[in-house]
Design a protein around this ligand. Structure first.
Ligand code: G1P
Length: 293
């Protein structure tokens, strides 16, 4: 199979963890300082050389499409005030086509991915979860695409997340090392409390898949599962062909989680040109105050 050109970005989750903020607004549009979460994800795909993006959204998510469209009215108003730079969304000239499809009913990540089957065709592709942010000098998607070029086999991005967090994520039980930070997989599990070991790796929101994953998802669907887990399809795939796990050592913000979104706002706020100085001063004062308490 050839080089990877297509990416699927999932943004279909109803965002119940952020209610009431997400009652009428997609959780992927929550801001980190002044930029919606999903923009970081789209920018990572673009920076990795992706040429076609499919965003899988759902009910009440139309603002995601509006965000990546041009807004001529706003552009004219800002240009009259000499403030056009405020509206630079995806500034690069080689922005890929962004397509949209909606998941009619939230039936899990695996079902969302099934909506991409005709978009993907017979090519390998990347999956990026739209609420997971990986600020890394070399984009994680690019690292995975390069590994795919070398190994020609599906790859799951993982991190050491600590045993208490593993119960809330997909888990990889590794077999043996296949290269630097690269492992063969024994089994993958979705959110299990029992038998999780501290040295197991948590699945984070980036995957390279081949179209073979769709037949596994269809098989799970025909078993009548109410929620289709991508992890279960990867387990089935791994029993027939090699799936590798890459251990990412960079920074990750799980912006699908309240604490993760807060951390991202603080840490990226410390780097933003308008907020860096006052936020640094405030955090120093706050830390002194907390030490006194
Ligand atoms: C999903 C996946 C899980 C993965 C996680 C990463 O879970 O099902 O395997 O570890 O994303 O963020 P969710 O966070 O949607 O519950």
């Amino acid at each position: 199979m050839g080089n990877i050109k297509k990416a699927i970005i999932t943004a279909a989750d109803i965002g119940a963890d952020f209610l009431p903020a997400t009652k009428a607004m997609p959780k992927e549009m929550l801001p980190i300082v002044d930029t919606p979460v999903i923009q970081f994800v789209v920018e990572e795909a673009i920076a990795s050389g992706i040429e076609e993006i499919l965003i899988i959204s759902g009910k009440n998510k139309s603002t995601i499409g509006n965000h990546f469209d041009r807004n001529i009215h706003l552009e004219t108003m800002l240009s009259d005030k000499n403030e056009s730079d405020k509206l630079v969304v995806l500034a690069k000239s080689d922005v890929p086509n962004i397509h949209y499809i909606r998941q009619a009913y939230p039936k899990g990540l695996g079902d969302a991915i099934l909506h991409a089957e005709s978009f993907v065709g017979d090519e390998p592709f990347v999956i990026l979860l739209g609420d997971d942010i990986m600020p890394n000098e070399t984009p994680l998607t690019k690292i995975l695409m390069d590994l795919y070029a070398e190994h020609q086999t599906p790859i799951v991005a993982t991190m050491k997340t600590g045993i208490e967090k593993l119960a809330h994520s997909g888990i990889v039980e590794v077999k043996e090392a296949r290269g630097e930070n690269l492992f063969e997989i024994n089994h993958v599990f979705e959110k299990v409390e029992s038998a999780v070991m501290a040295n197991d790796l948590g699945i984070i929101g980036r995957y390279i898949m081949t179209p073979d994953v769709f037949s596994k998802l269809h098989a799970l669907s025909s078993e009548g599962n109410l929620e289709l887990q991508l992890t279960d399809a990867i387990e089935a795939l791994n029993s027939e062909q090699e799936v590798l796990a890459y251990e990412y050592l960079g920074k990750r913000y799980d912006a699908g989680d309240k604490y993760g979104l807060l951390l991202a706002n603080i840490e990226l706020g410390l780097k933003h040109k308008e907020t860096a100085k006052p936020l640094t001063e405030y955090l120093k004062e706050l830390s002194e105050q907390l030490k006194r308490e």
